[in-house]
Design a protein around this ligand. Sequence first.
Ligand code: M6R
Length: 475
Amino acid sequence: MSQGGTLLQAFQRTVSQLDGAYGTVVMDRRDPQRLIAARSGSPLVIGLGIGENFLASDQLALLSVTRRFIFLEEGDVAEITRREVNICNLQGEPVNREIHESSLEHDAADKGQFRHYMQKEVFEQPSAIINTLEGRIDNDSVRVDSIGHGASDILARAEHIQIIACGTSYNAGYVAKYWFESIAGISCDVEIASEFRYRNFVTRPNSLLITLSQSGETADTLAALRLAKERGFMAAMTVCNVAGSSLVRESDLAFMTRAGAEIGVASTKAFTTQLAALLMLVTAVGKIKGHVDRDQEAKIVQALHRLPNDIEQALVLDKQIELLAEDFADKHHALFLGRGEFYPIAMESALKLKEISYIHAEAYAAGELKHGPLALIDADMPVIVIAPNNELLEKLKSNIEEVRARGGQLYVFADKEAGFENTDGMSIIAMPHVDAVSAPIFYTIPMQLLSYHVALIKGTDVDQPRNLAKAVTVE
Ligand code: M6R
């Protein structure tokens, strides 16, 4: 400011010299009625009131005062007073940004009767799934037009799917890879965003990029999307939970999960709603490509209709799992096993346990055990197995025997019709029988409950685990 001009001009000169990610707000104490804000990389949202305006990094922080928001874009500089909001670019030229009306409830950030946000969010899953399915499936078919404007054309042209995501969203993408190939008959790769963005990848012809993200602001995923746009992807779609987020704004198509606000750092309902959305998307692609016939489509859609009720049944296991969790409290390591699309569910289960209970947990595709991890097995290493009654059950049973023969302590979450019995060294948690196609979503629930109860016993900070942030907006 000592070089002259207004605070806005001084700030514009300053941000054009800044490097890195920031969402920043400044005020001149001699003129406290005026705020100047800028973003690069990190999110910044303006809340519009009557005779008052607000700034925050997340709309959730402002829901008690307004539901009207402007999401600033990269390079935007905003000048805000009680009555006015003016936005310009770094060159000082005015820019127009849309006003979004948030559909989130004002009490979205309340814990209600629950002890933790995570617990609340686990129990909200039946309704979150109902919301995500609403208007997108009929009795026995998926409504392709509900995926978004131009979706049927984009999906028809796609010859390959590339999924990019981080953390829990990556695990959802990994399940979708199995579904895209087995149900829709289209090749699909899934990759962690931080790897994808820094390697020399080959773009396949007519490749559709799908980013998955709860927040829509994950820095690596966003950077991967921007890179993919430069590198010849046919189109970019996002499956995302936050309307108006950067991924939604910058993608050609946005298929919203409607999980509602997820506040616990550990992703739970965001994951299962991502899977429900992805299953609809996979079915739509399969139908468009003639790989899913009416009969198969009806079966998948009926399984989706039953899913909220199935999840209610899984939540009934809460008390039983609470007791089981006691066995884990003094353990330092745990191994999760699954096969097929249950391998990424094992990965997600291990991620949940490690992030909130700080127990080192790993997931392995059960068939891979004998190639190394079998050496870890002893009485101090609980082995958690996800065992639905599917075509891989017999293979999984032999893997379970490999662990048993080495004195491992097994906890098998098994379909009650899968023929398991409690024996020495093996506890069976009998799960209701559900449709094979939606079973990965269903089996996620007891795993979330297990990590929640282990964390409670260990006394860790369930909603805000150490060293972690809800939205990872920096690299
Ligand atoms: O918002 P995103 O889904 O893009 O976040 C990606 C990861 O940071 C996130 O899924 C993280 O792994 C979970 N919070 C873990 O529960």
